[in-house]
Design a protein around this ligand. Structure first.
Ligand SMILES: Nc1ncnc2c1ncn2[C@@H]1O[C@H](COP(=O)(O)OP(=O)(O)OP(=O)(O)O)[C@@H](O)[C@H]1O
Length: 623
């Protein structure tokens, strides 16, 4: 019996340790947020505590996501109930063995209850194994689905959402916070139902043995519940601080690692380490507060539990002396209580976990509630086939949402199919902004942009973007192979098409020198390649994409004149036959006959001056 009690106690400890371990595992995945007081390094973006959402709202929001995996949770609950029933029966058998075998010294009465007990333990073990497995399977599938859903939603948001947030914080929301939600609506529900069932069974069994003794001990149950309610509300506040701080710390790690070459070149290693230390210290304080609450909760509950057990033993001894209770009956009663109190305590523990999960769900709900700044109009019709590439800006004006003065005002120009338009002007004049408007990352605040005579707001964004290829200043490559990066322009392209694009982009010979040719990994963001090589791979990708409209945003930035000259030919090939908007300060790129748009000076914001010229002499001087 003592061993069973010890095992029960051990299991209780495991429950507590498991939730701690969960938190640790969760943290391992974390990635970032600024210090809560907002005192971060220059450029830190504020990331306030997400608005609190009630647990009921959080549950209502995420419960539908469990559709399809609920059967796993049902199996988990049913089998946990089977295991609990087996335990109740085993304890009853233990009482019988004590009275009929030990007290009466009758060995013959031992075998039947002994083998039944063993059978019950095996059944309980199997039920517990399969039930835990099913619950874990359901929980993981739920996590996978929710993460996919939140990530897909994030990808519908316009770039200003990302410009105003720290990457590390978003990563923390997609990992840790989503795991916390699983604790709320997945395994949390299973744990709640099975714990409630255990409480009912063990309380019922204790009641069956001695209802009066049971009533005395149950009187203490509200004390458990009051204690856990008090702790849960404190826990939620601390958990919200911990989530925020976790995000901040991971942002610092993500930024520090992503910018290592800058950090080392500027000898800022200590400063970065200090930043991480400061954020880590804030996280430490939040965690210690959390640990203090958890650590305090156990002993407080233990004291209440011990009082109950002592009352039972004292009252039971009196009843045995009076001949109204057998020793076996008292031991079985005490054993039921030994199972009951941890179950009640576990209810309190669930309240703490739910509080923590609610803090995480606040942050995920905040993302899900964010609506993209630009959406497709109801009934927007995709272009019928490939666009001809006629672009027109008509009296376009634009002010960034967080700015008061306009970046563009009254911008009008037209590009006929296959024509080249050069866009130039001083830094900050709005050249890249023009690209963002064309791709509908933002909508103009005045005027219209037309593609083949159709207002681009009347096209689905997917259809619009299918017709535009952009080649940016900083070429964005992924960490896959050369082949993956070129094929990114047109997924499912054949190897022949990829090689043809690479030949046209004058990068095929270079790829031939790589150790694994087209299957060579190019490192994080293509860092294993030179700037010119990256640029030519990006050109190959653009050639493969073969969209009728091309936007080149400073394609020569950072390249020496030799490399730039080498890229000219592939660029000309890429531009030929496509409507091209070339944003550049570089006069080498401007052909004699190009139409040129000169955007106004950044010092007089919004003053968009457009000069159209077919003569090189009228082209602006580089800034
Ligand atoms: N997301 C944003 N939110 C608010 N303001 C922005 C944002 N992006 C750019 N701006 C502002 O808009 C103005 C135009 O920026 P843009 O990047 O279009 O200039 P640019 O002409 O391309 O400059 P450069 O030649 O230096 O690349 C600048 O004053 C810039 O600070």
């Amino acid at each position: 019996m003592r061993r069973r009690l010890g095992r029960r106690l051990g299991r209780r400890l495991v429950v507590v340790a498991k939730s701690d371990e969960n938190r640790r595992v969760t943290r391992r995945f974390s990635f970032a947020t600024p210090s809560p007081d907002g005192a971060g390094p220059v450029g830190d973006l504020p990331s306030p505590i997400a608005p609190a959402v009630s647990i009921r709202d959080a549950f209502r929001r995420f419960w539908p996501c469990t559709r399809g995996v609920r059967r796993f949770f049902v199996v988990g609950v049913v089998l946990a109930i089977v295991a609990a029933l087996c335990e109740v029966s085993a304890i009853w058998l233990f009482g019988r063995i004590t009275d009929e075998v030990l007290s009466d010294q009758n060995m013959g009465a031992f075998w039947t209850p002994a083998f039944t007990w063993l059978g019950l333990v095996v059944i309980a073990g199997l039920a517990s194994f399969v039930g835990s497995y099913a619950t874990a399977l359901g929980g993981e599938r739920f996590l996978l689905r929710l993460r996919d859903r939140v990530f897909s939603h994030i990808q519908t948001l316009t770039p200003d959402f990302f410009d105003n947030r720290r990457l590390g914080d978003l990563m923390a929301r997609l990992t840790d916070d989503i795991e916390a939600i699983e604790e709320l609506v997945g395994s949390g529900v299973v744990r709640l139902l099975t714990t409630v069932a255990s409480v009912v069974f063990f309380a019922g069994a204790a009641f069956y043995i001695r209802w009066d003794l049971a009533l005395v001990t149950f009187a203490m149950v509200p004390a458990f519940l009051i204690v856990s309610k008090v702790f849960a509300s404190k826990f939620r506040t601390v958990a919200a601080r911990e989530r925020l701080s976790n995000g901040a710390m991971n942002s610092v790690i993500e930024e520090g690692l992503a910018n290592q070459s800058l950090v080392q070149a500027y000898n800022r290693q200590e400063a970065e380490a200090d930043r991480l230390h400061a954020e880590g210290h804030t996280w430490l304080r939040a965690n210690v507060s959390q640990a203090r609450l958890s650590a305090l909760y156990g002993p407080v509950v233990q004291v209440i539990e011990t009082i109950c057990l002592l009352v039972v033993i004292g009252f039971g001894a009196w009843e045995i002396a009076a001949g109204r209770l057998t020793i076996g009956g008292l031991l079985a009663f005490a054993a039921y209580l030994a199972y009951l109190y941890p179950a009640v305590q576990s209810l309190g523990q669930i309240a703490l976990t739910v509080s923590e999960a609610a803090a995480g769900s606040d942050r995920v709900i905040e993302i899900l509630r964010t609506r993209p700044a630009v959406t497709d109009r109801a009934g927007a019709v995709p272009m019928a086939g490939r666009s001809r590439g006629r672009i027109e800006f008509a009296e376009v004006g634009f002010t960034y949402p967080n700015r008061t003065s306009p970046t563009l005002r009254n911008l009008s120009f037209r590009a006929e199919p296959g024509e080249l338009i050069v866009c130039t002007g001083p830094s900050g004049a709005g050249k890249s902004t023009l690209t963002k408007l064309l791709l509908r990352f933002y909508d103009p605040t005045a005027g219209r942009i037309l593609l083949d005579g159709v207002d681009i707001r009347d096209l689905p964004r997917r259809s619009l973007r299918d017709n535009i290829t952009i080649l940016q200043q900083e070429n964005l490559l992924f960490s896959g192979t050369v082949r993956d990066n070129i094929a990114y322009g047109r997924p499912g392209s054949s190897m022949d098409d990829i090689v043809r694009a690479a030949v046209l982009a004058d990068v095929h010979d270079f790829i031939g020198t790589l150790p694994r040719k087209y299957d060579t990994p190019i490192g994080q963001r293509g860092r294993l390649l030179s700037g010119g090589q990256r640029q030519r791979i990006a050109i190959a990708r653009a050639i493969l994409r073969d969209a009728p409209v091309l936007v080149l945003d400073e394609p020569m930035t950072g390249l020496d004149s030799l490399t730039a000259a080498r890229i000219m030919e592939p660029l000309r090939l890429l531009m030929s036959g496509r409507t091209t908007i070339l944003i550049t300060h570089d006069l080498r790129l401007i052909p004699e006959t190009a139409h040129t748009i000169v955007l106004g000076d950044a010092r007089s914001p919004g003053r968009t001056e457009v000069r159209l010229s077919r003569r090189r002499s009228a082209a602006p001087r580089p800034v």
